[in-house]
Design a protein around this ligand. Structure first.
Ligand SMILES: Nc1nc2c(c(=O)[nH]1)N[C@H]1C(S)=C(S)[C@@H](COP(=O)(O)O)O[C@H]1N2
Ligand SMILES: [Mo]
Length: 263
């Protein structure tokens, strides 16, 4: 793991030079294998959060970059292997309150009416094409405590419950040999995933957060929770799911975020 930092790397006791740290980090993350979190993560706060280093407590830039780099390598190992499980955590580690994030402010969160709400299935699907919330709620549910990692430089542990997405796809008689599954959301957001990720045992179509109905800010009525993918691949307020062989892209992906959810 070569850190090409030719400058002396003093341990910053205080007031680190944010610009030079970010520049060093960019250099460190240059190799394609390390572009995991993309340009948008490279703020000082983001680096500090991801590395767990507090520069004010005397960590050197080099030590921080080494930790970011190791985290990227580790994260890639489980982000990209469709068979490997993401870590799960005890409930005592759940972040309270869990952070909200979207491409707009919290006062713009869409209001979805549970009575009239219908989930629409499109594309390469032979089974039931329209689902009410009651019908989704009647399917066998499971919950898991996992870490949500946002490319903007924060992560938090939360508990989501819902229907294993592979079960849902088989009930809906989806063509699981198709390449992609796309998600369209009530707020205009959209994203898409590869079929191996859709079928991953930890990918859940979630209806609850922390044991209660999924709150509006976290994606009512439904969020696809994929602990093996970065935050932007976890669509909230889903209204339509399309199984397709045509590359669907996504809201952030079309603006430069990596489609696979990583490098
Ligand atoms: N519909 C919709 N889903 C979305 C987004 C969004 O703006 N709209 N933002 C994504 C991003 S970037 C993140 S980090 C997570 C945040 O989820 P949270 O509010 O539950 O923390 O939602 C993801 N899913
Ligand atoms: Mo995010």
């Amino acid at each position: 793991m070569g850190i090409r930092n030719n400058d002396a790397s003093p341990a910053f006791a205080c007031e680190p030079d944010a610009a030079s740290i970010v520049k060093d980090a960019q250099r460190e993350l240059q190799s394609s294998a390390r572009r995991l979190f993309g340009r948008r993560m490279l703020t000082l706060g983001g680096l500090m959060l991801l590395s767990g280093c507090d520069l004010k407590s005397g960590h050197s830039v080099e030590a921080m970059l080494r930790r970011v780099s190791r985290l990227n390598d580790d994260a890639q190992a489980w982000l990209f292997d469709p068979h490997k499980l993401a870590p799960t955590y005890p409930e005592s580690m759940i972040a309270r309150p869990f952070p909200f994030n979207a491409y707009y402010d919290i006062d713009q969160v869409p209001e979805v009416d549970p009575q009239t709400y219908r989930l629409e299935l499109k594309g390469r699907v032979k089974g039931k094409a329209v689902w009410s919330l009651a019908e989704l709620g009647a399917l066998p549910q499971r919950s898991q405590v996992t870490r949500h990692i946002c490319i903007e430089g924060w992560s938090a542990i939360g508990k989501w419950g819902g229907v294993p997405f592979s079960d849902f796809l088989s009930r809906a008689e989806a063509d699981t040999t198709a390449k992609y599954v796309a998600f369209h959301c009530a707020d205009g957001y959209w994203t898409s995933i590869d079929m191996p990720t859709a079928l991953h045992p930890q990918t859940l179509l979630t209806l609850t957060y922390d044991g209660a109905v999924l709150p509006a800010k976290y994606g009512f009525p439904m969020k696809l929770r994929i602990p093996t993918k970065l935050g932007y691949k976890n669509p909230k307020h889903i209204v339509a799911i399309t199984v397709t062989n045509e590359f669907p892209g996504g809201y952030w992906e079309n603006q430069g975020y990596n489609w696979f959810g990583g490098s």
